[in-house]
Design a protein around this ligand. Structure first.
Ligand code: GDP
Length: 303
């Protein structure tokens, strides 16, 4: 897996070094493992949880060979992550076409994390599988966000509903969903502004967008996808905490995992927030988005 090369190499190298010359998993090995997980940005709480679980297994099985450590570690981490195959927008490609009933994804996240790029990649993912997609440019706070989304729409070949900059985001969302219904779209993806420095505003704005969406489709949005920049490690973690306080986040997209050795952040965030990771971004191209699979991901960390 080319995209995660950096994450993989570093984790594997360090794990191997931690057990060099040791036959069994002892206190020192667990200490090294703990340091390694923290350095990989798994986060302290989740790291402690993983180490506790491994300690229990070592205590139970009395003798755990260091060559088994890597397998045990994978099993415990896979177990912490949530299964993503059949839920939320992961299942859109398996949905039968149901004209007039689009699946609505509301995308949230702060500027610069790769929100617009992720929406473009998602549009490509669904469009290239034969699904009809409509995008809504409701991040009306930044001219660049609206322009970029329009460019992505042209690149992928899907319509973008936009009223321009500084217009009412809820009204854009309403029109995009209305268009989605009228055009018989399968998926409507709504971009939103993420201004974290004003939490009350953010909360009010996201709630207003939701309420207005529900005038067209009562159970929309079907997914609130939070986009986080995986290369920012613990900062991504803090953003995730703030957003989950402001609105109900149902899934995560974690970007820029191609450029970081800190892929462990995916594990910590998903575990601590109990929100499944749906997608990971592994580059800037349209095709650089992967559906998250916990086994594949963990194997690519430790292979
Ligand atoms: P936004 O402000 O959150 O909408 O962020 P953009 O979508 O404009 O992305 C910001 C920058 O990150 C751009 O240069 C993107 O090409 C880049 N980017 C987005 N996702 C990824 C990714 O998965 N990997 C890499 N390497 N770059 C990414």
């Amino acid at each position: 897996d080319e995209g995660l090369q950096k994450t993989k190499t570093s984790f594997f190298d360090q794990l191997s070094k931690a057990v060099v010359g040791k036959a069994t998993v002892d206190e020192a090995v667990l200490d090294d493992l703990e340091t390694l997980l923290v350095h990989a940005d798994v986060g302290i709480d989740t790291t402690v949880k993983v180490i506790d679980r491994i300690e229990k297994r070592v205590a139970r099985d009395k003798y755990v060979n260091t060559s088994e450590l890597d397998r045990i570690l994978r099993e415990e981490i896979v177990d912490l992550l949530q299964d993503n195959r059949t839920s939320g927008s992961s299942a859109i490609l398996d949905r039968p076409d149901s004209p007039g009933q689009p699946f609505v994804i509301m995308v949230v996240g702060v500027n610069g994390v790769g929100k617009t790029t992720t929406i473009g990649k998602l549009a490509h993912r669904f469009h290239s599988a034969g699904k009809k997609v409509v995008l809504g440019a409701a991040d009306t706070f930044r001219a660049a966000a609206v322009d970029q989304l329009i460019i992505w729409g042209q690149r992928v070949g899907v319509p973008v509903i936009s009223h321009g900059m500084n217009t009412d985001p809820a009204s854009v969302a309403y029109d995009a969903i209305k268009q989605g219904v009228d055009l018989g779209a399968d998926v409507v993806i709504i971009d939103t502004a993420g201004r974290l420095h004003n939490k009350v505003n953010l909360m009010n704005e996201l709630n207003k967008i939701k309420r207005v969406m529900q005038k067209v489709i009562p159970d929309a949005p079907h997914e609130v996808l939070l986009v986080l920049d995986g290369s920012t490690g613990q900062n991504a973690f803090l953003q995730a905490k703030e957003f989950t306080k402001a609105t109900e986040v149902s899934a995560l997209a974690i970007t820029k995992l191609d450029g970081t050795a800190k892929g462990g952040v995916v594990i910590g965030i998903s575990d601590q927030l109990q929100v499944p990771v749906r997608y990971i971004g592994v580059g800037e191209k349209m095709t650089d988005l992967q559906l998250f699979d916990r086994r594949t991901f963990v194997n690519s960390l430790f292979r």
